[in-house]
Unconditional design. Structure first.
Length: 284
């Protein structure tokens, strides 16, 4: 996307705090009309009030597919940028309104449904925020929602981030096959000192968060890779990470991904499963 951003429309999920808020603020400052798609309207309005530019706040709860459908049915304008940013990181075991494990349900399935339902109106780019943690991810297609296995927060998180990577790869494959000009990219924000680092409530998670915080960067620093993935002239399925130590911070750089994230067969199988679970499909 090399044209000026002014006058374009962006939908940013989870934009009432953290990296999402920093991303939305930057885009609004560049003349983009930014739709803050958030679960909590009051927090969304508070975030929007701190931004310069044209913003609006709409309710979207990615943990509830009915809310996803309500959002896509009520917001019918063309979309130049869809930024799938919202997420949860290593919470205790929980379930979405549709019975999905929270991390797989919010980080992947909610955004999967949102993207497919909005895709007929998307005319620019889809950016999904993944993480370096995808490198440790193992995708269990027989039990993605941790109904048979003992739940563990970090493997659940890593699985959801691997799903983000595979989703982007398969989305781009389908876009290309359909002759669409829409581009899908994926971004790793590195380590940002957002409320995600404080989400986990168990002792191992709190210890890990305490160890990671010295390496972390600001929300604005974490948003750099998302903004680069959203606005730079990049081929589809490009993965952008910070270029510094352990990909924790630094200049946005094209980087490699895990072997599992490069598996086209796994990406296709995940897509098929995600269609079955969400009742949504690639519309083009």
């Amino acid at each position: 996307m090399t044209e000026p951003l002014a006058g374009r429309t962006a939908v940013v999920t989870g934009s009432n705090s953290g990296i999402g808020r920093a991303t939305a603020r930057s885009l609004a400052g560049q003349g983009v009309r930014v739709v803050l798609a958030v679960r909590d309207l009051d927090r969304g309005r508070a975030a929007a009030s701190s931004m310069n530019g044209r913003t609006e706040v709409r309710r979207l709860d990615l943990a509830d597919l009915a809310s996803v459908r309500d959002f896509t049915e009520s917001f019918t304008d063309p979309v130049d940028l869809l930024i799938n940013n919202a997420g949860v990181m290593m919470p205790p075991l929980g379930r979405t309104a549709d019975g999905f494990e929270l991390q797989f349900g919010i980080n992947h399935l909610g955004h999967f449904a949102l993207t497919n339902l909005l895709l007929p109106r998307i005319r620019g780019r889809v950016v999904t925020v993944a993480a370096g943690g995808h490198q440790a991810g193992k995708l269990d297609l027989d039990d993605p929602n941790w109904e048979r296995r003992p739940y563990r927060p970090f493997p659940g998180y890593a699985q959801s981030k691997l799903a983000n990577m595979l989703f982007t790869a398969e989305l781009q494959r389908r876009l290309t096959a359909a002759g669409s000009g829409v581009v899908a990219t994926v971004a790793n924000p590195g380590l940002a000192a957002t409320n995600l680092l404080g989400h986990g409530g168990n002792l191992p998670t709190r210890i890990m968060n305490a160890l990671l915080r010295p390496l972390s960067q600001s929300d604005e620093g974490g948003a750099r890779t998302t903004l680069h993935a959203a606005t730079a002239d990049l081929p589809g399925d490009t993965y952008i990470s910070p270029g510094g130590f352990l990909q924790a911070r630094g200049v946005p750089t094209i980087t490699g991904r895990s072997r599992a994230a490069r598996d086209p067969g796994l990406a296709r199988r995940l897509w098929t499963l995600s269609e079955e679970l969400t009742g949504t499909a690639f519309p083009l």
